[in-house]
Design a protein around this ligand. Structure first.
Ligand SMILES: Nc1ncnc2c1ncn2[C@@H]1O[C@H](COP(=O)(O)OP(=O)(O)O)[C@@H](O)[C@H]1O
Ligand SMILES: [Mg+2]
Length: 375
């Protein structure tokens, strides 16, 4: 898939701007706070109907304006053109159309316009909180499997209902026990499905990540990830019975806390380099390299699973990578499909850096295109 153009209206610091993109490489320059991340946010939002920065879409409306809109022209791998228009007002919320047809259920779009992103603002995968890693996993798996989105949505409803019971009757244990029983069954059913799906996916992902990482990192560094579930299991048949046992064992604590604490909504992923946990011992450079390797692995897996090439968004590529890694990583990514790379390099540095690589360069200044040229 390729995004050939985007038009922004009252989105963040853009009043009205049109970008015509290169089908492979787009380099976004600009000093701090000029609109680089805002542009990538808009592209991401078009693909997934949600921002990577906020769940409060009203924040994306340009100050003192009443709506925000983003329109994008996509060309799928099979040549089909898809025009997506996203329109947001505080009153009516999000409205999305594809080729002028209103999309009623936004989750149906997810996976049709695949995207991968590496951004310090999207999710701090290797150093952030478990919730960041779950978000990453949920978004990736939602792009790969419609069944996953549906089960995840149902699971989240179950958690909400179950928590409501745990909360409401916190002083009436027997009432909780009687009311919660059917919800326990739903929780175990859907939760086990999600855990098994994630576990099986992460095994494939682990192999891919190790290969990609070995190509772009320094020699002798081997990455590994493991799925850290609140339910212990050896193989997938164990998940359901073990879920049930653990839930029983933790019921007393759940009632005390008024919260569901067992299940995939509390799971995590651990990353290791040479068997040392990255979060605890990794250097900044190692983190950044792993983040890029994760993104490239996602890119490859999405193609394998859904046969549509994702677009690639990289915010602030060069912050924190040391020079020996930069060239390797860059030359790898620049040939991968359509990419959008933002950097705070200045114009001359960027020309020197991207020399001999055909690309379209945009330099932003205060929400406007200040320089727009092919290099
Ligand atoms: N809703 C909004 N309306 C107008 N300006 C905004 C809005 N949201 C963010 N901004 C502005 O956008 C700028 C940040 O843009 P961003 O794309 O994050 O910068 P960078 O180029 O460093 O990535 C800031 O100046 C911020 O004030
Ligand atoms: Mg930024």
């Amino acid at each position: 898939m390729i995004l050939s153009s985007v038009e922004l209206n009252n989105f963040r610091n853009y009043e009205r701007e049109i970008f015509e993109f290169d089908s492979s490489r787009n380099v976004i320059l600009g000093k701090n706070a000029q609109g680089k991340s805002n542009l990538l946010e808009a592209i991401y939002l078009l693909c997934l109907t949600r921002s990577f920065r906020t769940r409060k879409e009203r924040e994306t409306i340009k100050f003192n304006k009443t709506f925000a809109s983003i329109a994008g022209k996509f060309v799928l791998d099979n040549g089909q053109e898809k025009n997506i228009v996203y329109y947001f007002t505080p009153d009516k919320g999000k409205q999305v159309s594809v080729n002028r047809k209103r999309v009623e259920k936004l989750s149906e779009i997810i996976g049709n316009f695949p995207v991968v992103i590496s951004s310090p603002e999207a999710y701090n995968l290797t150093s952030g909180a478990p919730a960041d890693r779950r978000k990453f996993l949920d978004i990736l798996l939602s792009q790969i499997s419609n069944q996953y989105i549906l089960n995840l949505q149902e699971y989240n409803k179950i958690i909400k209902q179950r928590n409501a019971i745990l909360n409401k009757y916190s002083h009436n244990r027997s009432k909780i026990i009687s009311l919660i029983q059917p919800w326990d069954e739903y929780l175990i059913e859907k939760g086990s499905w999600l855990i098994r799906f994630r576990d099986s996916f992460l095994k494939t992902f682990n192999v891919k990540l190790r290969d990609v990482h070995s190509m772009i990192s320094v020699p002798d560094e081997t990455i590994k990830l493991t799925y850290q579930s609140t339910v212990d299991f050896e193989n997938s048949d164990d998940v359901k019975p073990n879920f049930r046992k653990k839930l029983e064992a933790m019921k007393k604590i759940e009632i005390e806390q008024g919260n569901t604490i067992i299940g995939p909504h509390r799971d995590d992923i651990l990353f290791f380099i040479n068997d040392k946990e990255l979060r605890k011992y990794g250097s900044r450079g190692q983190h950044k390299t792993v983040l890029i390797a994760i993104m490239i692995s996602e890119f490859q897996l999405i193609i394998e699973k859904i046969h549509e090439t994702p677009i690639i968004l990289i915010d602030d590529l060069f912050s924190e990578i040391d020079h020996t890694r930069e060239d390797k990583i860059l030359s790898y990514i620049l040939d991968l499909g359509q990419n959008f790379i933002s950097t705070t390099l200045d114009y001359h540095e960027a020309l020197a850096f991207f020399n001999k690589k055909r690309a379209h360069l945009f330099e932003l200044n205060n929400g406007m295109i200040f320089r727009n040229e092919k290099i």
